[in-house]
Write a protein that binds this ligand. Structure first.
Ligand SMILES: [Zn+2]
Length: 138
């Protein structure tokens, strides 16, 4: 299976949680949230910049996270932070079980939704994850 085998499942799953897609944060708040996520895994903060084109996400080469205005939500900020964390700690990218494990830790830690509810809905969507431990202090 390719590394992006569950990408579309994850995208669909995210769209089910309608609050995630409604709540808009300022770029400053996104930055703060991503910073806190980095700290949780003992990683350096990376630049978080505003993007006006289609390009948004974690850019490995540029070493930054770009966000469109409509993607300035807690869930998208943490999704991109999870890409950064996985790449820094494991050199991997894509939406595999490790990515989902890190993303799940972040979503629960920052109280986007309770872990039990997240796990339940992931199982329903047949999305896989592995158990991941936070590395830094919270
Ligand atoms: Zn992604």
């Amino acid at each position: 299976m390719g590394r992006n085998f569950q990408r579309s499942r994850i995208y669909k799953w995210e769209s089910e949680w309608s609050d995630w897609n409604r709540q808009t944060l300022s770029l400053k708040k996104c930055r703060k949230l991503i910073h806190a996520a980095c700290k949780l895994f003992d990683l350096k903060m990376l630049p978080v910049v505003k993007r006006s084109e289609e390009q948004f996400s974690y850019h490995r080469k540029a070493g930054e996270i770009g966000l469109l205005k409509q993607h300035q939500t807690p869930a998208v900020a943490l999704h991109e932070a999870a890409h950064y964390i996985v790449f820094q700690t494991d050199g991997r990218h894509g939406h595999d079980e490790l990515f989902m494990g890190v993303y799940l830790v972040l979503l629960a830690h920052f109280r986007i939704a309770p872990r039990d509810a997240l796990e339940h809905s992931l199982r329903k969507r047949k999305i896989k994850w592995i158990q991941v431990k936070k590395k830094g202090r919270s």
